[in-house]
Design a protein around this ligand. Structure first.
Ligand code: SF4
Ligand code: SF4
Length: 558
């Protein structure tokens, strides 16, 4: 019995344009003369280099380690020499540069020693997650979120469902499709590993119904499994953007992930197909993430197809393999036509998230029509899969009303471009949303920084107040001790005066008159006289005693 499916709001059916790249099997790519490996190919902190320029490295050797929890390592895709660690153009919408390791291949393609795990059943999930982390795996569907983080849910997350997102709903892209057609068994092994890690009750592999060959291959691979499993291949209707994480969850389970919350919040983890395959290679073959399948497509290519490229391969090298006709090229896009971004040049390298390069000609990707005023037709809201109000978000973005944009859940916009696609006024809505999201991120970072500065100031004030209070307390304790000593001294003097009334004038101090001073001197002299007299009398008495007691002793000796 087939699984009951649900639906998600909105969605569109743009031309698929997938057949162009599906006519040939996955192609290998000859080694380029250099590989450019950005230290940041993922969301989070950039990796930290652990090698220096001039060092020889082997294929699979770690070149840069993950730095912090949300980060991913970078490995050598082949053996060779690190010739430079320097800024280089990276694939980015703004044509940014980033710190990269430049590796010159030695053409030997020599691996490090690899050790895979044949049977994971007795291996602790945390150990497997650690291998995934050390293998530098990050979401290969385009997001680039470090996979080990997704696989380390809080203890109380109670993950019930694992979803493998094999939907690949974006037009033109077929890299996951061919991966499933040609390496289905590896993908299924990856699902088993993930299930062992998450201990989830069910694993759903979701594939759109426009990929019959991939569906057949995956079902066949599943049928070949001779161990108990909880995996189900679920075929869903083709509709863009059914591969959006929250849309897919709703489609498969009917559960709506609340705004601003991750799927973990509802006990679900979603992983991409290529990422799942990379997990299989890392665990069972001991291979870090060093290559990926890239769809090369578009009318400017004579040989479109899917190519297995080493990470760091210059995009221009890849385009050569697909026989780019420079005269035809109008726009080079990384990703698909809906969510991808235009590259300013082909000097940037393939990275972990490069699932597609679209070399479009003018007919295929014409210059955008000039934008006209919004006519408030509401078409954008009808297709929005996140149930947002794109028209309102557009006004807020135009007016720089960041708080309003935030209140209207701009953060939930998955930048699918469905709204722009249907807008009769040709307003590039997504571009506005991206810009506003960037401003919001900057503002929130600034706020965080000023909060941090305020916290530091308040902490300093508190510390100074505490230090002052401590000093005051010490000062008071000293004053109290001194007062007590004075009182004790006074009490002792009074006692002495009571016991020795004659000398009491002494303790009265210098405040007495000259006459009393003279009395004091007299009394002192009298005391000295009396003492001398007493000593003389004592000496005389001792002499008499000695004389009377010495007689018998003398007798005894004689
Ligand atoms: S689709 Fe375009 S014109 Fe229509 S309401 Fe939305 S933004 Fe305005
Ligand atoms: S780009 Fe954002 S606002 Fe537009 S349809 Fe997609 S999710 Fe909705």
């Amino acid at each position: 019995m087939s699984r009951k499916l649900f639906s998600f709001p909105g969605g569109i059916h743009p031309p698929e344009n997938k057949l162009q790249s599906l006519s040939i099997p996955i192609q290998a790519v000859p080694l380029p003369s250099k590989l450019i490996l950005p230290l940041q190919q993922h969301i989070g902190a950039p990796a930290k280099t652990i090698i220096s320029a001039g060092e020889s490295v082997k294929k699979g050797q770690c070149l840069a380690e993950a730095q912090g929890f949300v980060s991913a390592a970078v490995h050598a895709p082949t053996s060779g020499t690190v010739v430079e660690i320097a800024d280089h153009e990276i694939p980015h919408a703004s044509g940014l540069t980033g710190l990269c390791i430049i590796l010159q291949p030695d053409q030997k393609d020599q691996w490090i020693e690899r050790q895979g795990i044949a049977d994971i059943r007795n291996i602790e999930p945390t150990e497997l997650v650690n291998i995934i982390r050390q293998s530098g795996i990050a979401g290969m569907g385009g997001a680039g979120f470090p996979t080990s983080v997704k696989l380390s849910p809080p203890a109380d997350a109670n993950i019930k469902t694992l979803i493998i997102n094999a939907v690949e709903c974006e037009p033109y892209i077929t890299s996951d499709d061919v991966l499933m057609r040609e390496r289905a068994a590896g993908v299924i092994q990856g699902v088993l590993i993930l299930t062992h890690i998450l201990q989830n009750q069910q694993s759903l592999v979701a594939i759109e119904d426009n990929k019959p060959d991939a569906i057949a291959a995956m079902q066949e691979a599943l049928a070949q499994l001779n161990e108990p499993h909880n995996i189900e291949i679920v075929v869903i209707p083709t509709r863009y953007p059914s591969g959006g994480e929250k849309q897919l969850i709703q489609n498969l389970t009917g559960i709506e992930v609340p705004a601003g919350k991750p799927p973990l919040h509802v006990g679900i983890v979603v992983q991409n197909t290529a990422t799942t395959y990379a997990i299989h290679r890392a665990i069972e073959h001991g291979e870090p993430l060093i290559s990926r399948i890239v769809t090369l497509t578009g009318n400017a290519l004579k040989q479109p197809g899917n190519y297995e490229a080493l990470l760091g391969t210059p995009i221009e090298h890849l385009l050569e393999q697909a026989q780019l006709d420079q005269h035809q090229l109008s726009r080079l896009i990384m990703g698909g036509p809906m969510m991808g971004f235009a590259l300013e040049s082909a000097n940037a390298p393939v990275v972990k998230t490069t699932n597609c390069l679209l070399a479009a000609n003018r007919e295929e990707y014409p210059e955008p029509e000039p934008a006209n005023p919004c006519i408030r037709c509401g078409a954008c809201a009808e297709v929005c899969p996140a149930s947002l109000l794109p028209q309102q978000l557009f006004w807020f973005s135009m007016g720089g009303e960041l708080d309003k944009a935030e209140q209207y859940n701009l953060a939930d916009c998955i930048e699918c471009g469905a709204c722009s696609y249907v807008c009769p006024s040709h307003i590039p809505l997504v571009q506005y949303y991206r810009a506003t999201k960037g401003e919001l991120a900057k503002r929130n970072a600034d706020l965080k920084q000023s909060d941090h500065a305020r916290d530091r100031f308040e902490f300093r004030e508190l510390r100074l107040a505490q230090e002052k209070a401590a000093k005051d307390a010490k000062r008071k304790a000293r004053a109290d001790a001194s007062a007590k000593a004075q009182a004790a001294k006074k009490a002792a003097a009074e006692l002495e005066a009571k016991n020795n009334p004659e000398g009491s004038g002494q303790s009265e101090g210098k405040g007495d008159s000259a006459a009393s001073d003279s009395d004091i001197v007299k009394a002192a002299l009298a005391r000295v006289e009396a003492k001398k007299k007493a000593q003389a009398e004592a000496a005389a008495s001792q002499t008499a005693t000695n004389e009377s007691t010495s007689q018998p002793e003398t007798q005894d000796r004689s």
